[in-house]
Design a binder for this molecule. Structure first.
Ligand code: SF4
Length: 362
């Protein structure tokens, strides 16, 4: 029996029941694939259903405001995916009349769609013979062939794509690809896979050579840098101040409280002495109502340490803040897409809420 036949037999009896598997609609498949990048299936499912409900077609998504799309995306992280999703929906709506392109080459040219996603859409929606290689597939192939070429090297990428292409069932590429990915997600898992019960075990080189735990190999370790954020949450009556992050770094186009970033971890008592603090809220009548615990927020290349300073500010400071920030009511905050880090703080504030706290954020 070929590996593909074995794989598809296994898939027949072991696959999970997932909504995007029941359709050949390229828009739905694309949506699910973008959501599932860097996201667990369980979490992704809720977002997929939400997007399908709000935007049943690619044209509905194209016509939405970006702020609204980002708001629906809130909590998933990696917001460039949402911005690319929206940009591509617009392009499909405008240039392709709302119909997803039907060739691999055209799909691959769309923003936010790389080799893997293009192969997934082409094979799942149109049954085109393009093999998918995602993190799960790298692991399966590296173990199956007992190959320790680093999966994040140029050589490794080429090699594993070639192996995936060779194994592909040309007649049923969509089913083969689904099976391969599911096999990596459920059977050939990163830690302690159940090799004894694995149907591919007789063909598996890593099992034969007792190399399962050390494969696949990665060449680079991701470098992370630390960043130190102090968010100011000035209160005036029922108002708050927020701004849109316009720079191209993290959280582009999401909203946040006035932010002071410092290059290193400094004592809390030093923060009100900072020039940036003085410029924003320096005034003898400002009252620091509370300083939050330090929130640690991990992104792929950064570790963020953030504190939230809730302030009671006089009218003079409000006039200063109004020039630079958006003045909104606390209740309106829920209309804006905010980073998960700020959402975590607001959730904590809400759960701590009791008589005596100045206002509700939500
Ligand atoms: S035998 Fe183990 S390592 Fe090999 S494919 Fe099966 S689960 Fe993966």
């Amino acid at each position: 029996m070929t590996f593909s036949a074995l794989l598809q037999n296994w898939y027949q009896s072991s696959q999970r029941d997932l909504p995007w598997r029941k359709t050949q609609d390229a828009y739905s498949i694309w949506l699910s694939e973008i959501i599932l990048q860097q996201t667990r299936v369980q979490q992704g499912m809720a977002y997929y259903l939400k997007f399908k409900k709000h935007y049943p077609t690619v044209s509905d998504l194209a016509k939405a405001e970006e702020d609204e799309v980002l708001k629906h995306w809130q909590g998933l992280g990696y917001y460039s995916r949402a911005r690319n999703l929206h940009a591509t929906a617009k392009r499909v709506h405008e240039e392709f009349n709302g119909v997803f392109p039907t060739t691999y080459a055209e799909i691959r040219k769309l923003k936010g769609i790389g080799d893997y996603t293009a192969a997934a859409i082409a094979s799942f929606a149109y049954n085109l013979p393009h093999a998918v290689v995602d993190g799960n597939v790298y692991r399966v192939l590296s173990r199956l062939y007992g190959d320790d070429t680093p999966i994040d090297s140029t050589q490794g990428k080429k090699l594993f794509q070639q192996l995936a292409d060779e194994l592909l069932d040309q007649k049923h590429p969509g089913n083969h690809n689904q099976a391969m990915m599911e096999f990596g997600a459920l059977q050939c898992v990163p830690k302690n896979p159940d090799c004894v019960a694995c149907p591919a075990q007789p063909q598996c080189k890593a099992f034969e050579m007792s190399r399962v735990e050390i494969l696949p190999v990665k060449a680079k370790k991701t470098k992370q840098r630390n960043r130190y954020f102090h968010y100011l949450v000035p209160r005036f009556e029922e108002y708050l101040f927020i701004e849109k992050r316009e720079d191209k770094g993290i959280w582009h186009n999401l909203y946040q409280f006035p932010l002071i970033e410092v290059p290193e971890n400094i004592a809390q008592s030093k923060v009100p002495e900072l020039e940036a603090w003085q410029a924003l809220v320096g005034h003898p009548d400002v009252i620091i109502e509370s300083v939050s615990e330090t929130y640690k927020h991990i992104l792929s290349h950064q570790r963020i340490f953030a504190s939230f300073w809730r302030l009671n500010v006089p009218f003079e400071v409000v006039q200063r803040l109004e020039k630079k920030y958006l003045k909104i009511t606390a209740k309106d905050l829920e209309r804006y897409a905010i980073p998960r880090l700020i959402d975590r703080y607001l959730e904590d504030e809400q759960s701590k809420r009791q008589i005596g706290l100045p206002f509700n954020f939500r």
